[in-house]
Design a protein around this ligand. Structure first.
Ligand code: CP
Length: 313
C-alpha cells in the first residue's frame, strides 16, 4: 500500500496503486462504521475545516461526519455568512483559518484550480471537494469503491457515463480513476455536451444512447450542470429527456444486472425516471454511505496514517 501525499487535489496525478490504497483503506473504515462503536482516535487533536464556497449536501456532511468519526474537531465555514462577502480574498480567508490552527482544509469552489492554489500558499493539508468543472476526486473514489463492491473487479467492466460530461468534474475524475483501474469507459450525451476530444482521455465517445446503454455493466448518470453552462447546449430539458433520459423504455435495453449510479443531486424525470432511481438496480444511496468511508480514508491517509494500522496490506 502506497501513500505519501499531504494533499488530495485530483485523481489525474494519482497512480493506480494510490487509488487502490484509498479504496482498500476505505473498506477497512466501512467495517469500522458497522461496529457498535464507530469512532476511532486517528485524528484526535486535529482541526479540520470545511471551506465550502459552493452549495453541497452529500460531500460537506459526509466530510463533517468523517472528521467526527476520526475524533477531529471540525468547523463548517459558511461562505454566505463570512467576510468573503466583504471582499476578503480566498487566500486571506484560508490563511486566517490556518492561523486558527487548521490542519486540514477541505475546499469546494467554483474556480478550477482553487485547491491547487491553496496547497501552494498554506502549510495545512488541502482536500479538493470539487473545483469548477475540473475534478471531484472523492466522488470518483466513492464511485469506484461502490463499483468494486458490487461488481468485484474493474477488468473488462463497461461503464457508461451518460449526461452533461463537458461541465462535469465528476465525469473527469471518474474517467481518470476508471481508466487507471482498467475499466472500459463510454461517454454518452449530445455532441454539444460530449465532445470527441474526451477520447484523448482514453474513453469512447458515443452520441447514440441505445448502444451505450446496451453494453453497460454500470450506468453513471449525470445531471445537467445549469450553474456552469454558459449558453444553451440543447433546445430544452424535455428534448434532453426524450433523447438521452434513462426512461423505463430505455431501461428495458440494459443488462439484467446493470448498476444504476448517480452522484446526486438527481433531477427526477429529467436524466432519470423516478421509479428507476428507486429501483433495485439503483445504488445511489449506497454511494452516499460509501462516501463516508472513502472520506474517512482520505483524511486518515493525508494525516499520515498507515493503512497497515487498520490491517490493510
Ligand atoms: N455529489 C455531490 O458532490 O453532491 P453535493 O453537491 O450535494 O455535495
Amino acid at each position: 500500500m502506497t501513500w505519501h501525499r499531504k494533499h488530495l487535489l485530483d485523481i489525474e496525478t494519482l497512480s493506480r496503486e494510490e487509488v487502490l490504497t484509498v479504496l482498500n483503506t476505505a473498506k477497512a473504515f466501512k467495517a469500522v462504521g458497522e461496529r457498535a462503536i464507530k469512532k476511532v482516535p486517528a485524528l484526535r487533536g486535529k482541526t479540520v475545516i470545511n471551506l465550502f464556497v459552493e452549495p453541497s449536501t452529500r460531500t460537506r456532511i459526509s466530510f463533517e461526519l468523517a472528521a467526527q468519526r476520526l475524533t477531529a474537531d471540525i468547523i463548517n465555514f459558511s461562505a454566505e455568512l463570512s467576510s468573503l462577502r466583504k471582499g476578503e480574498t480566498l487566500k486571506d480567508t484560508a490563511r486566517n483559518l490556518e492561523a486558527l490552527n487548521a490542519d486540514i482544509i477541505i475546499i469546494r469552489h467554483s474556480a478550477a484550480g482553487a485547491p491547487h492554489f491553496l496547497s501552494r500558499v498554506l502549510n495545512a493539508s488541502v482536500v479538493n471537494a470539487g473545483d469548477g468543472a475540473h475534478e471531484h476526486p472523492t466522488q470518483a473514489l466513492l464511485d469506484a469503491f461502490t463499483m468494486r463492491e458490487k461488481k468485484g473487479s474493474f477488468e473488462g467492466l463497461n461503464v457508461t457515463i451518460l449526461g452533461d460530461i463537458l461541465y462535469s468534474r465528476v465525469a473527469r475524475s471518474n474517467i481518470w480513476a476508471l481508466t487507471k483501474l482498467g475499466a472500459k469507459v463510454t461517454l454518452c450525451g449530445p455532441p454539444t455536451l460530449v465532445p470527441s476530444a474526451f477520447e484523448r482521455m482514453g474513453c469512447q465517445v458515443c452520441h447514440q444512447v441505445e448502444p451505450a446503454l446496451r453494453q453497460a455493466d454500470v450506468i453513471n448518470l449525470l445531471r445537467i450542470q445549469h450553474e456552469r453552462q454558459r449558453k444553451g447546449m440543447f433546445p430544452s430539458l424535455g428534448e434532453y429527456t426524450s433523447l438521452f433520459g434513462l426512461t423505463k423504455a430505455r431501461m428495458k435495453l440494459t443488462k439484467p444486472d446493470v448498476l444504476i449510479m448517480h452522484p446526486g443531486p438527481i433531477n427526477r424525470g429529467v436524466e432519470i425516471d423516478s421509479d428507476i432511481a428507486d429501483s433495485d438496480h439503483s445504488v445511489i444511496l449506497e454511494q452516499v454511505t460509501n462516501g463516508l468511508a472513502v472520506r474517512m480514508a482520505v483524511l486518515f491517509l493525508i494525516n499520515g496514517g498507515h493503512p497497515q494500522e487498520l490491517g490493510v496490506n
